[in-house]
Write a new protein. Structure first.
Lengths: 223, 61
């Protein structure tokens, strides 16, 4: 009869290997989708895409993660869906990027926001990986915070209050920073075993942090 | 343009509907925080706050 301790050890080793595989695949797919998304954003900037097209891209991206991704996440088609989703969101960035590029220090604001987003993402992911802490206790807090921010954004669309938008952007950065910790720790602790889903979640955090940071940095630079 | 405002509002409402089931699930099923968990969360988040304030300060100079 085999030693139960040996069996336990091989089970935990297999679990660690599986977690590492999900993590490796997630970061590989995330890198590829971020590059693709940046290329699509550059294309839409060159084409001077309007707000209407950007809005259609956002609706299409939402439809993809709502109706298509859950059905395809376990298959190879899921990868194509993630590329389509991130490409649409990247393409939808055109009007915002053009708005800032037409400002005096707009290019600087975009570069600063890109660098800032990279620092926040690498720092928080590194922290979650180094501490190996389970941040899943944040789930209720982060999702309810996101609902409150969305309700505030809904009000902000109809109320002309720049201060409200600044507060919303600051809250978005904090909430999605929390989501980076939450999602990374769920991968580490085996809560997410599908790298397509994990990539989508982390991409959304990076995307939202970048947009909000761009608005805050643009505001600070009087743009 | 007014129709754009309503279209953006429709997008936000759709996002709210999309997120609601996950919010409900996590509000019910989030594990309780253990001793030190909130400190472990607040430490990096405070650094993010300081970093963003720093970036805004640098850009405003």
């Amino acid at each position: 009869m085999s030693d139960p301790r040996l069996q336990m050890s091989s089970v935990s080793q297999a679990s660690v290997l599986a977690t590492n595989k999900v993590l490796r695949n997630t970061y590989a797919l995330l890198s590829a989708t971020l590059i693709f998304s940046a290329l699509m954003a550059a294309l839409s900037t060159v084409l001077h895409v309007g707000h209407g097209t950007s809005l259609i891209c956002s609706f299409a991206a939402l439809a993809l993660i709502w109706f298509v991704l859950p059905r395809t996440a376990e298959s190879a088609a899921g990868i194509a869906v993630v590329f389509a989703f991130t490409g649409l969101l990247g393409f939808g960035l055109g009007p915002v990027l053009n708005f800032y590029l037409n400002m005096a220090h707009g290019a600087q604001a975009i570069a600063t926001s890109l660098g800032g987003t990279a620092v926040v993402f690498i720092g928080l992911s590194g922290y979650a990986l180094a501490t190996q802490r389970d941040f899943s206790f944040l789930g209720g807090f982060l999702f309810s915070g996101l609902m409150v921010v969305l309700l505030a954004a809904l009000a902000g669309i109809f109320l002309n209050m720049p201060g409200l938008w600044l507060a919303i952007n600051a809250a978005v950065i904090l909430i999605f920073s929390g989501f980076i910790l939450f999602d990374t720790s769920r991968i580490i602790n085996g809560g997410v075993t599908n790298y397509v889903i994990a990539t989508t979640s982390i991409y959304l955090s990076i995307y939202n942090i970048f947009i909000s940071l761009l608005h805050l940095v643009g505001f600070a630079g009087n743009d | 343009m007014d129709w754009m405002k309503f279209a953006y509002a429709a997008l936000v409402v759709a996002l709210l509907i999309f997120i609601f089931p996950a919010a409900k699930y996590w509000l019910k099923n989030s594990p309780k925080a253990e001793r030190g968990d909130w400190q472990a969360f607040l430490l990096p988040i405070s650094l993010v706050v300081l970093f963003v304030i720093g970036l805004m300060w640098i850009v405003s100079q």
